[in-house]
Design a protein around this ligand. Structure first.
Ligand SMILES: [Fe+2]
Length: 345
């Protein structure tokens, strides 16, 4: 029997290297233009309020399931939407009580090891004081005392890759975070309710140290539903929207977005910073709606090739979208080439 010759296949090494290079470049380019999503969790205070049950009295029952519906949905859709980060806009709890923080810590822990997240402090998370005998008689933000750090401890978060640092050693009241998405570097500054001047100075220093990072400021009270910057209220000393814009946000060419809650409803304002950079400032807070918000949240999908951010308002409990122009809109944002502010850094 005639022995079959082995096929004469001598690969051309140059050709192999060429096609491998093309393949890796294509994969790299695809990763650099792949859309990604940021999820925004507005005020969750009604979902945690099992003691005063202010919204449960109105709507009946324990509302914590809506908080869990939010974080479970994020976890389940992390891959589909390529979720890069989750940002909680504060008023995590109603009255800074251990029972409420336990609910919040458990609901947020659904994301641990799956999707990075950051929270910021709202007025209801600090300085709680009783003002009468009825359970509903209380006021907030008399001082900066909070149980936040017990339930969202520095020791847990400082180990994470995205964690950058804090204003006060060992405390999460003011923190910064870094992440990369579609080949771009991002910085998030989470600032306390009514950030003090020294906190804004720290935030400026951190932002200046990250000139190549596209920066988002997260703080509880900043914009109202008439698209005006907040300016007064609450006993604790510090800055609201007007002061935060003037002293911090407007000063940095790499800040492109501010996210806030606190005021019921939705608001949107795009202003130019000192360097001419557009800054998209967005409010959403659904706690005044049925069932204390009933799980309504925001997600923003960034389309780098289109230089566009598509903003959606979604209810994971009901699997439905809000479709009005204040809830569903697109923002222009330069991504297909480095922005002027981050080009050469
Ligand atoms: Fe608030």
């Amino acid at each position: 029997m005639k022995k079959l010759d082995a096929p004469n296949f001598t690969p051309n090494r140059t050709a192999v290297f060429f096609w491998l290079a093309v393949m890796f470049l294509a994969i790299g380019l695809r990763a650099e233009t792949r859309p990604f999503t940021l999820v925004v969790l507005p005020d969750t205070q009604c979902y945690c309020d099992t003691r005063h049950a202010q919204s449960a009295k109105k709507w009946g029952g324990d509302l914590r399931r809506y908080f869990f519906d939010q974080t479970r949905w994020i976890r389940q859709n992390a891959k589909r939407l390529n979720i890069a980060f989750v940002l909680h806009e504060g008023d995590i709890t109603q009255t800074d009580h251990p029972d409420e923080w336990e609910i919040a810590a458990k609901a947020m822990s659904v994301l641990d090891g799956k999707v990075p997240y950051v929270l910021c402090l709202g007025n209801h998370d600090m300085g709680y004081r009783k003002t009468g005998n009825s359970p509903d008689s209380y006021s907030t933000a008399h001082d900066r005392k909070t149980l936040f750090n017990k339930y969202f401890p520095y020791s847990k978060y400082q180990k994470l890759d995205q964690f950058g640092g804090t204003f006060t050693a060992g405390r999460m009241d003011n923190s910064y975070w870094r992440f990369e998405a579609s080949g771009m570097k991002f910085l998030i500054l989470s600032l306390e309710f009514k950030p003090r001047d020294e906190v804004l100075e720290w935030a400026s220093m951190v932002t200046e140290k990250h000139p190549g990072h596209r920066t988002i400021a997260l703080t509880h009270s900043y914009l109202d539903s008439q698209n005006k910057l907040t300016k007064s209220g609450y006993p604790v000393q510090g800055n609201l929207g007007e002061g935060i814009w003037k002293k911090f946000v407007s000063q940095h060419p790499n800040i492109f977005m501010v996210l806030c809650g606190h005021v019921l409803g939705e608001g949107r304002l795009t202003s130019k910073g000192k360097a001419g950079n557009p800054v998209h400032q967005l409010l959403c807070d659904y706690q005044g709606m049925k069932n204390g918000g009933e799980s309504w949240l925001r997600y923003m999908t960034f389309y780098p090739k289109k230089n566009k951010i598509e903003v959606f308002t979604y209810n994971p409990s009901l699997d439905t979208f809000m479709k009005g122009p204040k809830s569903r809109f697109a923002l222009q944002y330069q991504m297909s080439k480095p922005s002027a502010s981050t080009a050469d850094k």
